[in-house]
Write a protein that binds this ligand. Structure first.
Ligand code: NAI
Ligand code: MG
Length: 362
C-alpha cells in the first residue's frame, strides 16, 4: 500500500529536523521498504506568514485525508504578538481537536549508549522501554466550570473541574490494552481513587473493560503519586502506563527525562478508529521550535525521525521498518556520534544533516 503522509514542518528547527525525515523516507522508498504519497503543508508561524492563519482549511483537509500527519514544531518570538486565534499553537490545538486525538503516546526508551547520560544510575535505565498513554482531550484541562470568581472580600476563588465520562475512559484504556498486546502485555492504570470520584470511575471502567475484552493482558492499578515514585526508583517494572490528562502530562514529562535529552523524544497522538479500523493520527517530537538554535543546523533530528518510526509502527502497519529505524539510531549512538545536545562537554558534535545521514547509512 502507498501511505499518505502530510508533513507539517512548522517553525524554527521544525523544517530542519523534517529534512531528515524526508531523507529517511527517500531511503525507505529506494530500499523498497515502503512507498509513500507525500504532501507538505504549513502550520504555525509559517502558515500565519503565508495565509494569516495558524493552519489553512486546505491543509486541515489534507490532514484528515492522510494516513498520518508528521508534525515538526511551532512557535517563536516572531509571532509573540499575533492575535490569540492565529497564534502558532492554535494550529496544533486545531489539529488535535478536529482529528479528535484523544490518546497521547509517549515512549520512554533508553538507548544503551545514553544510559550513562541519564540523571539516574545506568542500571536503572539501561534497556528501559516503557510507554505512557495519556488521555488528551478530557479531564481537568477542559472540564466546566472553569472560572476565577471575585469573592468580594479581597479573596478570589479559582475552579477547575475534572470530568470523565465512561466512553472517554473506555476508549483510552482500550488503546492501552491493544498496545500492550504488541509489547510485554502489561498495563498499569494510574488514578487517585482514594481522593477523587473521577479516579473511582476510572478504576471501575478500566477493570470492567479488562474483564470483558482484555483478560489476556496483565492489569495493575496504582495511585498516581505512588507511580511517580516508582518511576524514578525502578522504571523497568512497567510496560504500558495509562492515565488521565493531568497525571499523564506530569508523569510523561517525568518519564521522558529518565532517558536523556528532549531532542531524543518522539510522541504520537491517536484518534478514534472508524468503521474500517483506521485512526486519525499525528506524530511529533516532544520538543518545540527551539528558536535559540534555529537556523544553525545543529538540532538533534532523532526525536523527529523517531516520530516517523512511531507512525510506521502504529498507523502504517510497518512495525518491522520502525524497528530498523530505531536499531539504526541505536547503532549511530553506539558508534559515538552525537549532536550537540547529547554530546558530553568538550567532545565534538555533528550537525543535524550529518546525524540524519548517519542514521540512513546505518
Ligand atoms: P523547546 O523544546 O523549543 O526548547 C527547549 C530547549 O531544548 C532549548 O534550549 C532548545 O535549544 C533545546 N532543544 C529543543 N529541541 C531540540 C533538538 N531537537 N535538538 C537540540 N536541542 C533542542 O522549548 P521552548 O524553548 O520552551 O519553546 C520554544 C518555542 O517552541 C516556543 O514558541 C514554544 O511555544 C514552542 N513549543 C512548541 C511545541 C510544539 O510545537 N509542539 C512544544 C513546546 C514548545
Ligand atoms: Mg507537559
Amino acid at each position: 500500500a502507498t501511505h499518505k503522509l502530510l508533513l507539517l514542518a512548522g517553525d524554527g528547527i521544525g523544517p530542519e529536523v523534517m529534512e531528515e525525515v524526508k531523507r529517511v523516507i527517500a531511503w525507505l522508498e529506494k530500499a523498497g521498504l515502503a512507498s509513500f504519497a507525500i504532501e507538505e503543508g504549513l502550520v504555525g508561524g509559517a502558515a500565519y506568514d503565508a495565509h494569516g492563519v495558524s493552519i489553512s482549511e486546505a491543509d486541515m483537509a489534507l490532514a484528515k485525508a492522510s494516513d498520518a500527519v508528521i508534525f515538526g514544531a511551532v512557535g517563536g518570538p516572531k509571532w509573540a504578538d499575533v492575535g490569540y486565534d492565529v497564534r502558532p499553537e492554535a494550529g496544533l490545538l486545531r489539529l488535535r481537536k478536529d482529528l479528535e486525538l484523544f490518546a497521547n503516546l509517549r515512549p520512554a526508551l533508553c538507548y544503551p549508549a545514553l544510559a550513562e547520560a541519564s540523571s539516574l544510575k545506568p542500571e536503572v535505565v539501561e534497556g528501559l522501554d516503557i510507554l505512557i498513554v495519556r488521555e488528551l482531550t478530557g479531564g481537568v484541562y477542559f472540564g466546566e466550570p472553569k472560572t476565577i470568581t471575585d469573592l468580594g472580600n479581597g479573596q478570589k476563588r479559582a475552579i477547575d473541574t475534572q470530568v470523565y465520562d465512561t466512553f472517554e475512559i473506555e476508549r483510552i484504556a482500550a488503546v492501552a490494552f491493544e498496545l500492550a498486546r504488541t509489547r510485554r502485555n502489561k498495563v498499569t492504570s494510574a488514578e487517585k481513587h482514594n481522593v477523587m470520584k473521577s479516579g473511582v470511575l476510572w478504576k471501575e471502567v478500566v477493570t470492567q473493560l479488562h474483564a470483558r475484552a482484555f483478560q489476556d493482558v496483565e492489569l495493575e492499578h496504582q495511585l498516581a503519586d505512588s507511580l511517580a515514585m516508582q518511576l524514578v526508583r525502578w522504571p523497568k517494572q512497567y510496560d504500558v502506563i495509562v492515565t488521565d490528562n493531568l497525571f499523564g502530562d506530569i508523569l510523561s514529562d517525568l518519564a521522558s527525562m529518565l532517558t536523556g535529552s528532549i531532542g531524543m523524544l518522539p510522541s504520537a497522538s491517536l484518534g478514534a478508529a472508524d468503521a474500517a479500523g483506521k485512526r486519525a493520527s499525528m506524530y511529533e517530537p516532544v520538543h518545540g521550535s527551539a528558536p535559540d538554535i534555529a537556523g544553525q543546523g545543529i538540532a538533534n533530528p532523532i526525536a523527529m525521525i523517531g516520530s516517523l518510526a512511531m507512525a510506521l509502527r502504529y498507523s502504517l502497519g510497518k512495525g518491522e521498518v520502525a524497528d530498523r529505524i530505531e536499531t539504526a539510531i541505536a547503532a549511530v549512538l553506539d558508534a559515538g556520534k552525537r549532536t550537540a545536545d547529547i554530546a558530553p562537554k568538550g567532545t565534538p558534535a555533528i550537525s543535524t544533516a550529518e546525524m540524519g545521514a548517519a542514521i540512513v547509512a546505518a
